[in-house]
Design a protein around this ligand. Structure first.
Ligand code: ADP
Length: 276
């Protein structure tokens, strides 16, 4: 199993869910088996107690797991029913660690963020990979890099990539290109700082998705490429479109699907006849 790990920078609400589900859809169209998972930073055990006016409507999965609308996006995009295996919160991870601690599973060791909490995150991902027999597991990390509450997820992903070895994980950093009205041009500095935050946490992105109101200029993409060590062809524009259902076609048109396939070294597994 390979992993595509999607993380946000600069601000939340950039469309991590839309990107991850669209990319998963493109991989599914190539005959690959995919399984998504969303990792939420909050301490609630599920989204059922969240005020819909603050967080948006709750989405209920077949096994009763209450989560957010992103899971609905995955279900619609992939035409697949999901379950609690596809959703976790910090609350679930910590509960599981504390349950094991009371049960004596840690054999007298002090229970720590590393390796026990990060280990629990990796366990959840590997269980999903085994149960779904997916070629690619798509991991979406809620919140943005730099949040205290999701830092252990990012560390867990760094460990996962190290343990699984080169070519096993593809890191995608979502960032935002500002275009202040008074200036009338796109500015990439905030986007660069966002990516830098990921790099400070030990994550070198393989792909940078630039959200913006308008198509991102060559100059802004060039700058981000140089400052984030990501080749220019892997820095792409994911600008606002009238419908999110056109995002998969937008990603395919800029060839980012094949960049992911090359990065993961799975060219031999795809079946282009399956592509619609
Ligand atoms: P995140 O998971 O990063 O919080 P979401 O995936 O929930 O973000 O997306 C946030 C909002 O942005 C959603 O309302 C989504 O429909 C919208 N959105 C995402 N990508 C695009 C795009 N390329 N064009 C227009 N709207 C988008």
């Amino acid at each position: 199993t390979r992993y595509v790990i999607v993380m946000g920078t600069v601000m939340s609400g950039l469309g991590k869910g839309i990107f991850a589900s669209s990319m998963a859809k493109l991989m599914q169209d190539k005959g690959l088996r995919v399984a998504p998972i969303k990792l939420e930073g909050y301490l609630n055990i599920d989204s059922g107690t969240l005020n819909p006016f603050r967080h948006g409507e709750v989405f209920v999965l077949d096994d009763g797991m209450e989560c957010d609308m992103d899971l609905g996006t995955y279900e619609r995009m992939l035409d697949k029913d999901l379950s609690s295996a596809n959703f976790s919160t910090s609350g679930q991870i910590y509960s599981s660690v504390l349950r094991k601690e009371r049960h004596g599973d840690y054999l007298g060791r002090d229970v720590q963020m590393i390796p026990h909490v990060t280990g629990e995150v990796k366990l959840k991902l590997r269980r999903l990979a085994m149960a779904s027999e997916a070629d690619i597991v798509f991991v979406e990390i809620g919140g943005t890099a730099g949040d205290l509450e999701n830092a252990f997820y990012i560390e867990a992903m760094r460990e996962l990539a190290y343990e699984e070895g080169p070519g096993s994980c593809c890191f995608v950093g979502l960032t935002y290109i500002l275009e202040p009205q008074a200036l009338g041009e796109q500015k990439s500095k905030a986007a660069q700082l966002g990516i830098k935050q990921l790099m400070q946490m030990g994550i070198q992105p393989d792909i940078v998705a630039c959200r913006a109101s308008n198509p991102v200029s060559e100059q802004a993409r060039q700058k981000i490429s140089v400052f984030s060590n990501v080749p220019y062809e892997r820095v792409f524009s994911m600008h606002d479109c009238p419908s999110i259902y056109t995002v998969p076609a937008m990603l395919r048109d800029c060839g980012i699907d094949f960049e992911v396939i090359r990065l993961l070294g799975i060219e031999d597994r795809i079946d282009l006849r399956a592509e619609r």
